[in-house]
Write a protein that binds this ligand. Structure first.
Ligand code: GCU
Length: 444
């Protein structure tokens, strides 16, 4: 193909991937996504996949929400056993096992983050002194410009903004959120009645930051030939073990942290990563792979995040592997929706949590009555329980109980914390609990 045709095609693709789609554009995005999904299936030599259950509890094929039918597996991989069967007995052994687990997660689920990723240069877009809540704050909007000299027709930049309380004598902790942007016409979740999470964080004397994942990697399969994934692949489709968007979003968070390391007002050893839903998955992946993040607040991450994939309850691997969500993962993961099954996975979510050890992780979820059962609160709790022995091996504390607690019980005595709040699909009501618990790690 002539270069200019290729370039304009890529330009159009990038444009579609980054602008807010109208119905016609959405249709064309869907077609591109379907085509890419099919291409990945062809490369995997798969003709058909099992369909996932429906998220609509009224549908005839609704996802299971009956606890008695949830435990369909007979075995669960053991984080403290090497692939050759020998036991992990010391923190030193754990370092080796950790490398083994990362390799498995890379190859089978989240994909390999490329080596030698391009440089990012940070620019201040705007800066002002303002008052947020009652706190005097220095607020900055930043842009991380990604060096695209390897493939000039794809531009990538990272949108990131942060607010730091003024008049502090020493560098402060920062809570970094993967932030949503709400397309025009889409209903936002209701604003919290009390102070926003940013206000609560500032009240604590800490800084907050928001990174916009879709600024550097779109949230659909059609966007995979643009953004940071497309740039590194020079506009070509992904190969079977390439990274998915969760890994790409985690890379962006790491770049924001690189930048924060250069800001004297921030303590880069005390940076929290937080996210909800797909961004809760991204926050957990970030924690698991980037040891520099000190604490994780993982909101309603569900399947592909903190929930055990082997449990037949709520969202299933078949949903994750379908064309609407496969882009979050490596193409190789699709095969677990046919011919393989979730029971063939060499890893499960508890091992992703374990990769965060010994660093503290708070797993947050809403009420089944309000949020629904798709997230599988208990599947996340059980994964957290199963990650406990790794924390204990490293001299830390897991959850204090094996029994799923009643709603609004705060399991906060360990370095793994869990709380199911009374609200819906939000971290909202859990913020004060998180901040109280996190103080002991961040305020010393
Ligand atoms: C869907 C998807 C979930 C995801 C959620 C979200 O419900 O099935 O896996 O977490 O969207 O990100 O809002």
């Amino acid at each position: 193909m002539k270069r200019w045709i290729l370039t304009s095609l890529l330009g159009i693709l990038a444009l579609i991937a980054y602008s807010q789609p109208n119905p016609a554009q959405r249709d064309s995005l869907n077609k591109l996504t379907q085509a890419d999904h099919r291409l990945m299936m062809q490369q995997l030599k798969i003709d058909s996949l099992r369909a996932g259950p429906s998220g609509n509890p009224q549908a005839p094929n609704a996802a299971n929400s009956d606890e008695r039918k949830a435990k369909t597996y007979t075995s669960m991989p053991d984080p403290l056993r090497f692939e050759n069967g020998t036991l992990v007995q010391s923190p030193m052994d754990w370092n080796l096992r950790k490398a083994e687990l990362k390799e498995l997660f890379d190859r089978e689920m989240y994909g390999r983050t490329p080596e030698n990723l391009p440089r990012v240069v940070w620019e201040v877009v705007s800066e002002k002194d303002t008052i947020i809540g009652s706190v005097e704050t220095r607020y900055r909007k930043m842009k991380g410009i990604v060096d695209n000299s390897m493939f000039l027709s794809i531009d990538v930049s990272i949108d990131f903004e942060y607010g730091v309380p003024k008049h502090k004598n020493s560098p402060v902790p920062l809570v970094l959120e993967f932030g949503w942007i709400w397309p025009a016409g889409m209903r936002r979740p209701p604003a919290p009645s009390g102070p926003s999470w940013q206000e609560q964080v500032l009240e604590q004397g800490w800084a907050f930051g928001v990174i916009i994942p879709t600024s550097f990697q779109a949230d659909h399969g059609a966007g995979l030939r643009a953004g940071i994934i497309g740039l590194v692949n020079k506009g070509q489709p992904r190969k079977l073990e390439d990274w998915g968007t969760l890994k790409a979003w985690a890379w962006g968070a790491g770049k924001a942290l690189d930048f924060l390391e250069t800001d004297q007002t921030i303590n880069p050893k005390k940076v929290v990563i937080e996210g909800l839903s797909r961004y809760g998955k991204a926050a957990l992946v970030t924690m698991a792979y980037d040891d520099r993040f000190a604490v994780g607040l993982i909101g309603s991450s569900g399947a592909g995040g903190a929930k055990l994939l082997r449990r037949t309850f709520g969202e299933q691997v078949e949903n994750l592997a379908g064309s609407g969500e496969y882009h979050w993962f490596t193409p190789n993961f699709i095969k677990y929706a046919g011919p393989l099954t979730p029971n063939d996975l060499p890893i499960d979510a508890h091992e992703l949590i374990a990769l965060c050890a010994p660093r503290p992780v708070f797993i947050s979820v809403g009420s089944p009555e309000v949020e629904g059962q798709w997230i599988d609160a208990r599947g996340m709790f059980e994964a957290e329980v199963l990650a406990g022995p790794v924390y204990e091996l490293l001299g830390k504390k897991g959850l204090p109980t094996l029994d799923f607690p009643p709603i609004q019980t705060f399991l906060d005595s360990g370095d793994l914390a869990f709380r199911q709040h009374e609200g819906g699909h939000t971290v909202g009501p859990n913020w004060p609990f998180f901040l109280e618990w996190a103080k002991k790690y961040l305020d010393n």
